[in-house]
Design a protein around this ligand. Structure first.
Ligand code: ADP
Ligand code: MG
Length: 139
């Protein structure tokens, strides 16, 4: 089933000029980048985006990190895109990520882990709508 997921290339990756290298891994997996924009996230945007983690001890650190530099927000399309991209990203902590995954290849640590990907189709739709309008997405 063709579906869409939401991706962010995080500040630790844009800082190291890894946007193209990460996009190459995404495209090699068969996922298509159907929308993409480089932005600076505001604190309000980051707090809303990660609102589900508000009570976690790392929330403040996470918002500081996500607003510390440019990010690239993306919409990815493909067969079972939500689960497929979670596989391509690898585990949250790069120490636990499988070989060849984006996080194994590039992440610095559990916080600065290079990419975000939606965890469900419902959240993908909410996250995409936070950053893109329908006209921005060209499938
Ligand atoms: P994922 O991004 O794999 O879906 P979570 O939704 O659990 O992971 O966490 C969201 C983000 O919060 C992670 O990608 C990471 O940037 C950060 N994070 C998660 N756990 C920790 C932690 N223990 N310490 C610092 N940052 C964390
Ligand atoms: Mg998550």
């Amino acid at each position: 089933m063709t579906e869409r997921t939401f991706s962010i290339i995080k500040p630790d990756a844009t800082e190291r000029n890894l946007t193209g290298a990460i996009n190459a891994v995404i495209e090699a997996s068969g996922l298509r980048i159907v929308a993409q924009r480089r932005i600076r996230m505001s604190r309000a945007q980051a707090e809303q985006f990660y609102g589900v983690h508000k009570e976690r001890p790392f929330f403040g650190e996470l918002v500081d990190f996500m607003t510390s530099g440019p990010v690239v927000v993306q919409v990815l399309e493909g067969d079972n895109a939500v689960a497929a991209y979670r596989d391509v990203m690898g585990a949250t902590n790069p120490d636990n990520a499988a070989d060849g995954t984006i996080r194994k290849l590039f992440a610095r640590n559990v916080g600065e882990n290079s990419v975000h990907g939606s965890d469900s189709a419902e959240n993908a739709a909410i996250e995409i709508a936070q950053f893109f309008s329908a006209d921005d997405i060209v499938g």
